[in-house]
Design a protein around this ligand. Structure first.
Ligand SMILES: Nc1ncnc2c1ncn2[C@@H]1O[C@H](COP(=O)(O)OP(=O)(O)OP(=O)(O)O)[C@@H](O)[C@H]1O
Ligand SMILES: [Mg+2]
Length: 390
């Protein structure tokens, strides 16, 4: 491996003397120097590679550090270097799927070769890759107007899908509102998709790189979301987004897209690769008219024959004011709505403030029940996808 292949990758080095490698095999990488405690619970969100200098620590502490690594659900690749390494330590380390050992004396070239070998190994995703992507299902959620509840419902739908899965089958929620997505904030998570890396990665994007972008939310739910960046839509090319979606669909049983309302160069292809497109409207006349237009535009321009389904969000008992009834709404839409989701401001606000799905913080909310009914119905539908984004 030339040092440039670590360009921009995050390397956690455990042992101060390893910093010298910054001028050689680790050139161009983002280095973090840590102590053995840093290995507790370390995962792909922390580093793309870990290098440990066994000589920097007492044997007992070192054994505890490696033990901590073996308890991590999906640690990054690990290279252990040192002189006279104890056999028991080496054996424990090599139980990890992506680990290698270099016993002194070694040269910078030996280190580069060992790193290349480790980085070439695919990350063992905590998910069972689907057969060529053909059995994965991808649903897109898009708001007809701003604030209609698309992000809220994308999160609840993704969370509902987790509950019905085999525990090894995971759900990926992808926030494609690249500039100012709210999914991470709503879930109380830190976004870890690095847009500059994604932007330059279209061709080499693979499952292990995808894994490095992921924020685990629950045991079964992973999030792909980036930090706010006003230039994001200009920064990331179409090919990179479509490749990201393709890899996600190959890797997860369920992929839920929180789609931006405005169209980008990749929007139609992303939607055409989905089994379901859910347009979220609220119950006001302008929102219903926008939902009808957006749905017609998507159906016409996608060219797959698939019709988006319209969800009416924040349905309230008609006690005050002239809000349309469901029947009036369907007249305005000139079609049947797929489903209605009740209004429950307290549950929605409490959940975003606490960080997490409504189903977690307010499991008895009508929103949870309505989303469950919707998801049950959609899951039972036959696949409607005709093409997959590629
Ligand atoms: N069924 C509901 N009942 C009550 N409040 C809701 C419901 N659905 C969403 N909300 C609230 O409505 C507000 C807007 O929701 P959300 O951010 O999901 O909309 P959005 O369509 O994603 O918005 P944007 O256009 O900014 O992406 C939030 O405060 C959310 O908590
Ligand atoms: Mg949103």
């Amino acid at each position: 491996m030339s040092s440039s292949s670590l360009q921009g990758r995050r390397v956690l080095i455990i042992g101060p003397s390893l910093q010298a490698l910054a001028q050689g095999p680790l050139e161009g990488a983002h280095l973090e120097v840590g102590s053995l405690e840093r290995l507790l619970g370390v995962g792909a969100a922390d580093a793309d590679l870990i290098i440990i200098d066994a000589d920097a620590w007492a044997a007992q502490a070192m054994a505890a550090g490696v033990q901590a690594l073996t308890l991590c659900p999906s640690p990054p690749p690990i290279l252990l270097v040192g002189a006279h390494l104890p056999t028991s330590l080496v054996r424990s380390l090599l139980r990890l799927e992506r680990a290698d050992v270099l016993d002194a004396p070694y040269t910078p070239e030996h280190i580069s070769t060992a790193i290349a070998g480790l980085m070439a190994q695919q990350a063992p995703l905590a998910i069972a890759p689907t057969q060529g992507g053909s059995t994965s299902r991808c649903w897109a959620v898009v708001g007809a107007v701003g604030g209609s509840g698309a992000t809220t419902l994308a999160i609840e739908i993704a969370n509902q899908l987790c509950d019905r899965q085999d525990p090894n089958n995971r759900v990926c929620l992808i926030d494609l509102n690249l500039a100012d997505g709210a999914t991470a904030a709503y879930l109380g998570s830190s976004p870890t998709m690095r847009l500059h890396e994604l932007a330059s990665a279209a061709e080499r994007l693979d499952a292990s790189m995808l894994h490095a972008f992921i924020t685990p939310v629950t045991k079964q739910l992973d999030l792909l979301a980036a930090s706010r960046d006003p230039t994001a839509f200009d920064l990331v090319p179409r090919d990179a987004i479509l490749r990201l979606l393709e890899i996600a669909c190959e890797s997860y049983a369920w992929v839920i897209l929180d789609m931006p309302r405005h169209r980008h160069s990749w929007s139609l292809e992303a939607l055409a690769g989905c089994d379901e497109v859910l347009v979220v409207s609220e119950l006001t006349v302008p929102a219903l008219l926008a939902a009808r237009s957006l749905s017609d535009e998507i159906e016409r321009d996608m060219g797959t024959g698939n019709k988006p389904r319209i969800l009416l969000n924040r349905l309230a008992a008609r006690m005050f004011g002239p809000a349309p009834s469901m029947a009036e709404a369907e007249r305005a839409l000139q079609r049947k709505a797929e489903g209605g989701i009740s209004s429950d401001w307290e549950a929605a606000a409490a959940s975003v403030n606490l960080g997490g799905p409504i189903a977690t913080h307010r499991p008895k909310s009508k929103i949870v029940k309505d989303v469950q009914v919707l998801v049950d119905r959609l899951v039972a539908e036959p696949l409607r996808r005709t093409t997959r984004a590629a």
